[in-house]
Design a protein around this ligand. Structure first.
Ligand code: SIN
Ligand code: CO
Length: 375
């Protein structure tokens, strides 16, 4: 269990999306949840996204995984990065939990990097907020102010930015946390062999939203509203599109999203889908509802699958959105919301599930999908 030593209200007021901060010993007595050989093991898998970045004779190199060997990591100046480790490694997943003071739907994944001395990915700008936690070793980080900097490809898919002046210049030690808001240039180089954990956040941009929303509308709306003339008068200027005609086009375009509520269920379906693969393992034989009750009675804790997104809307509390699917929790919203709000559930649900067949059926279904599993 990782306990974050941070004044959360002060952090949210002063720093979140505003300025970077070093949280010295944010995790006291920090112990790495994952070992370097396990990081390498994950980088060998097809399902995980991994990268190896290194410099040779002053030239940057970046290779994508999966990898079958790691000779380059025997030399200085190399970094191996593995994305969405929380989806695959239960102990590493624990490192995301302390950051759930921010809403689930904003959290992206846990990236883990292993660097040999001087290893780093070079100066760059991320378009997401990130908490970088120092594990084993030490790493020197520089963070600059948000500014318009030239960006360029240092190698293939390795985007760098031009040099920047540091507003933070620090050597992180195990348990220290560096928070970097989106848009701040930064670079980190290992002082000694170093492991870093990055809890990254996602904020969809307008293009992502529009393209997903229009896909949803096309799929779910075969009888889409069509433009019709309000009234047609004799035209003196047949080449002109009149104001009221453009107004009508605007009305047709927005007919499916006239209010924030009309973005439900689309947004729930979209945002509950994980960007990276999940390690879904359905039980070999589906459990019956009674078996699930028996497991609770025997003291089982059910853990939500690492990286699984489960959310609901204040405006439509009877719907849950889990991994891109909508589930109905009408009549047992308390249970439904508890599942979304907690990373694991246990005996506190026994009474409710024993008394409510629909709630039990839903939970059994989620267990049989492999979304919650008994520890
Ligand atoms: C790293 O851990 O090497 C990269 C983290 C980052 O700069 O985003
Ligand atoms: Co970065």
């Amino acid at each position: 269990m990782f306990e974050l030593d941070l004044d959360i209200n002060d952090f949210l007021d002063t720093y979140w999306q505003k300025k970077p901060i070093v949280i010295k010993q944010g995790f006291i007595d920090f112990e790495d949840p994952i070992m370097p050989d396990e990081i390498a093991g994950l980088a060998m898998e097809d399902e995980l996204e991994s990268r190896l970045v290194y410099q040779e004779a002053g030239q940057w190199h970046a290779q994508s995984g999966p990898f079958s060997s790691f000779e380059r990591l025997e030399n200085d100046g190399a970094t191996l990065l593995v994305q969405a480790v929380d989806h695959w490694h239960q102990d590493a997943q624990q490192l995301v939990r302390p950051f759930r003071f921010l809403p689930n739907w904003r959290i992206d994944d846990l990236m883990v990097s292993y660097s040999t001395p001087q290893g780093g990915v070079g100066p760059h700008i991320d378009n997401y907020d990130v908490f970088i936690i120092q594990g084993t070793g030490k790493r020197h980080w520089r963070v600059g102010a948000k500014s318009e900097l030239q960006e360029f490809a240092a190698h293939g898919a390795l985007k760098h930015c031009e040099e920047f002046a540091a507003i933070i210049d620090v050597e992180l030690e195990a348990g220290d946390i560096l928070y970097i808001p989106s848009g701040h240039p930064h670079e980190g180089y290992a002082v000694e062999t170093s492991v870093n954990y990055s809890v990254g956040f996602r904020a969809p941009d307008q293009n992502d939203l529009l393209s997903s929303f229009t896909d949803y509308c096309i799929d779910s709306n075969p009888d889409a509203p069509r433009y019709t003339d309000r009234e047609m008068l004799l035209r003196e200027k047949p080449g002109q599109i009149e104001e009221q005609e453009l107004n009508e086009i605007h009305r047709v375009m927005l007919a499916n999203c006239t209010s924030p509520e009309s973005l439900i269920p689309w947004f729930g379906l979209m945002i509950s889908e994980a960007k990276h693969d999940l390690d879904i393992a359905e039980p070999e034989e589906p459990h019956s509802a009674q078996e699930v009750i028996d497991m609770f009675e025997q003291g089982a804790q059910f853990i939500r699958l690492g990286g699984l997104r489960a959310v609901y809307f204040e405006q439509q509390p009877q719907s849950l959105f889990i991994n891109g699917e909508q589930f109905n929790c009408e009549g047992f919203t308390q249970l439904g919301h508890h599942l979304c709000d907690q990373d694991e559930v246990g005996s506190e649900l026994l009474e409710l599930l024993s008394e409510d067949k629909d709630a039990l059926n839903l939970f059994t279904r989620l267990v049989n999908c492999g979304y919650w599993y008994a520890d």
